[in-house]
Design a protein around this ligand. Sequence first.
Ligand code: ATP
Ligand code: MG
Length: 537
Amino acid sequence: MTKKIKNFIYKIINNDLINRKYQKIITRFPPEPNGYLHIGHVKSIYINFKIAKYFKGKCNLRFDDTNPSTEKKKYINSIKKDIKWLGFKWHKKEKYTSNYFHIYYMYAKKLIKNKLAYVDELSTSEIKKYRGTLTKPGIDSPYRNRDVNSNLLLFKKMKKGYFKEGQMCLRAKINMQSKNITLRDPVLYRIKYSKHPKTKKKWCIYPMYDFAHCIADSIEHVTHSICTLEFQNNKYLYNWILKNLNIQHRPKQYEFSKLNITYNISSKRKINQLIKKNIVTGWNDPRLMTLSGMRNKGYTSKSIINFCKSLGISKQESIIDLNVLEKYLKKDLNIIAPRIMGIINPFKIICTNIKNNYLWNIKVSNHPINKKMGNRLIIFSREIYIEKKDFKKFFFSKKKKLIKNKIRLKYAGLIKPQKIIKNKNNKILYLECKFYKKNIYKNINIIHWLSTKNLLKTKIKFYYKLFNYPNPNIKKKYLSLINKKSLKIKYGYIEKSILKNKHKIFQFERIGYFKINKITHKKHIYLNQIISLTYKQ
Ligand code: ATP
Ligand code: MG
């Protein structure tokens, strides 16, 4: 291994290869198809796929589909689409935990026969009560010592649909007094009558995550089972199951810390709440940090991957500032986005020394560095728009007097204010200026502008933070922390040349990056802001 080893998981894997513990590294990304992927999942995807690539191994995509009440085909499809969009390729065909349902059933019977599992008739709430707490040991279920044959018969009846959901379950017989609560006779199988997206109505008993995961990892010859920190205690159960079933290939589990980003929620259950309460429009709402939402907003997969690359792998719980992710977004957009001029809050300027029919076609480049993006023509004429904010900043004193400073219009000449024109009610209508084509002055402020002869009207959505609080993940009442002004709609102007450009993402000079959502046959343009530059509206 000549390359520098980066972090603890890489070091472990490297040693395992050096010590010939494994010939080939196999990792897996195991999403539950009960929602869309979010930015947190990308960290896991990145780690698992990159490890496989780095060590010339394989990474499986395995749908952890053991709960038919919440899982759907549409989630399976969206997850596959998102991983492809990120640029990763899983090994061969995607896998499903449900492919192995018959094997789990066989292993469950083996545990029963070895007196290591029993059918319990306690209700879910009783099981919880009997389990105890961190300070209180658990109590044995009255059904714990049922004989093997009765257990086998009941388990068979569970499978055949004799019982209602929650009436019976299969539990491992480990230790109700264990310090690790996960080991206090965990449930291995439960009854569910919902239709499964893959196996339909074939089964009505389903293995729990803890029973399913380790066995699936083993069947697929996964070498390193990498997951997030909340599974630390489950590791003992993972090992217990493989050992007690006498399964030969026993992968090892390693944990890393979850990715959290400020002002954002990354839990499928909570995102679902936001959708159900109509706070967002769906899983792909651009205000969400689901991959489909981010893609909709205009995030590039490259920027997300570069961000993940910068994170590294550790066990340190942390929350990353949204600005860090946005820094990577801006960096990528700066390279790929052609420039264009747009005005969000228009303010009219009339250049009185320019004739009405005067048109000056100015050739400008579409990108300051990438000349391959070509040139376009912009028009200068007697009437132009500038941003209202620039008018106030450069031409209007605090005492509301006109400042007669010269300003440079980007790509064109200079303007010098002459007179503010108001209506009867003293409302400012426009500003009269003199235009100077000769660009002889230096160190003059530069602003963007648009000729009234070269513009199209556009409807723009501006998205802001969805939460007012930096870490809504840790708040129970996260719904009360919603920023009610997370979406604003404005009407602005944009250069006509946008119609001729094939790109979908543009930089409005000095304002920000924007994505075209739709152009109608009547040339109505719908945009959304991806991210603003420092210039604030
Ligand atoms: P959620 O709480 O959003 O439902 P989950 O962990 O239940 O998340 P899964 O579909 O089970 O979602 O996750 C698939 C993989 O992604 C798991 O290995 C899980 O550990 C990992 N993962 C989930 N959330 C994050 C996160 N925020 N950061 C890093 N990895 C994550
Ligand atoms: Mg889960």
